[in-house]
Design a protein around this ligand. Structure first.
Ligand code: SF4
Length: 407
């Protein structure tokens, strides 16, 4: 996020979301817009049932938004900062390049983010390169693309969780090809993302070690949730808070370590990641909104069928309406009475979750959360300073060394 865009665009919007949350004024366009571009999926994940939709109801495919319908929606939305593509497997949609083009032309995002199951390395790489080349013309200036292949286990364990034999080899190949692309396109960031579930929580040390070996720009983990969108309610995939506490510690240690030498925006992103792990831990223990949720204000999600949701967890149960039914005019739903009702329900804390995509927006809007982030950053810097002073000091006498060790 450039400092100029942060100051000119993001900060004023944050203030307006806070006012709208308190019932003052109408909310501006979301900062973070997610579009699930298709529910077609060639994975067979144990933690998500989206892939079962079309084998059971083939005719529903024709209800997915067309490129023309997507353009009509984007024309009305205005500027968003993060544009996330979701699915299904996004790269199964042939017009994904055009969808990103339309997003760049109409939404003017700072970051476009695309996840993938990495089951088709060549196709993912070819389409990603088309997007990267196109972005230089479509703009806006400085727009970045982040690609995030899913990574849920090492070797055959990945294949078991994702339900497709050979997925691991394809993941490794996809990452190699994307790293090559990164050499030629400096606006590409390559990451991997792990969904921590009951299926892999006991393997996190190996998973983290492998993530380091992948040589990627970002490594993100989020806890597996039961989402209406994923049709996995009641699946029991969410780990207990005790298991999560133990499993997440290496991630917390790593973000703390990185904070010791981070600069600029990385200080904020690593600090917020550290805070996200804590929020998730507390959510797993208490099952309540740990900090107020601004879904339906700072964030919005559009389903492949045109439903406008506050988030993928609530999905159709709290849809603000279908964009096809309002002539694709985002604002008719965003400023509707139904939207006000849904926001009131969220404000009454009638739902709760650790949705990562939402949690980061919520943190930015929570002074207490940001104060904790600042505290973590300050602790890490102090610790780094102490380490430097110790490293620079002449060798201590044996007694002092023993005392230090005992501390
Ligand atoms: S708490 Fe979770 S389920 Fe409720 S609105 Fe926020 S993101 Fe959605």
């Amino acid at each position: 996020m450039s400092l100029r865009r942060t100051a000119e665009e993001v900060v004023p919007k944050l203030a307006r979301y806070r006012l709208a949350y308190s019932g003052i004024g109408k909310p501006p366009a979301p900062l973070n817009l997610t579009l699930s571009i298709t529910y077609k999926c060639n994975s067979r994940c144990q933690s998500c049932d989206i892939w079962k939709i079309y084998p059971a109801e083939k005719e529903r495919l024709k209800d997915e938004l067309t490129l023309d319908e997507i353009e009509r929606i984007f024309r009305t939305v205005g500027q968003v900062y993060f544009f996330n593509i979701s699915g299904g497997e996004p790269f199964l949609r042939r017009d994904i390049v055009d969808i990103v083009r339309l997003a760049c032309e109409h939404l003017r995002p700072g970051v476009v983010h695309i996840p993938t199951n990495a089951l088709n390395p060549e196709r993912v790489t070819r389409l990603t390169e088309e997007i990267l080349v196109g972005m230089r013309q479509w703009g806006p200036d400085g727009v970045k693309l982040t690609l995030k292949p899913s990574f849920d286990g090492v070797g055959e364990r990945h294949d078991v969780v994702r339900g497709v034999a050979g997925n691991w080899q394809k993941l490794v190949r996809t990452l190699g090809l994307l790293r090559d692309l990164r050499q030629r396109h400096d606006h590409l960031r390559v990451g991997v993302g792990t969904v921590i579930s009951t299926m892999n929580i006991h393997e996190l040390p190996q998973i983290i070690a492998q993530a380091r070996a992948f040589d990627v720009d970002t490594y993100i983990s989020e806890v597996a949730e039961e989402r209406e969108e994923m049709r996995n309610l009641g699946s029991g995939i969410t780990p207990t808070h005790q298991a999560y506490d133990r499993g997440i510690q290496p991630f917390r240690d790593e973000t703390f370590e990185r904070l010791k030498s981070a600069r600029g925006m990385e200080l904020l992103t690593q600090g917020m990641r550290h805070e996200y792990y804590d929020i998730t831990r507390r959510w797993l223990r208490d099952r309540t909104q740990v900090i107020p949720c601004y879904a339906g204000l700072s964030n919005a999600h559009i389903s492949p069928y045109g439903e406008l949701w506050p988030c993928a967890i609530l999905a159709d149960s709290k849809s603000l309406g279908n964009l096809k039914e309002v002539d694709y005019d985002f604002w008719r739903l965003w400023h509707s009475e139904r939207a006000a009702e849904v926001r009131a329900s969220i404000r009454r804390r009638e739902c709760d979750c650790p949705l990562a995509n939402q949690a980061y927006g919520n943190m930015l809007l929570s002074p207490r959360s940001m104060a904790r982030v600042a505290g973590t950053v300050a602790r890490a810097r102090f610790e780094a300073l102490r380490e430097r002073v110790r490293g620079a000091a002449p060798a201590a006498p044996p007694a002092a060394t023993a005392a230090d060790a005992a501390e």
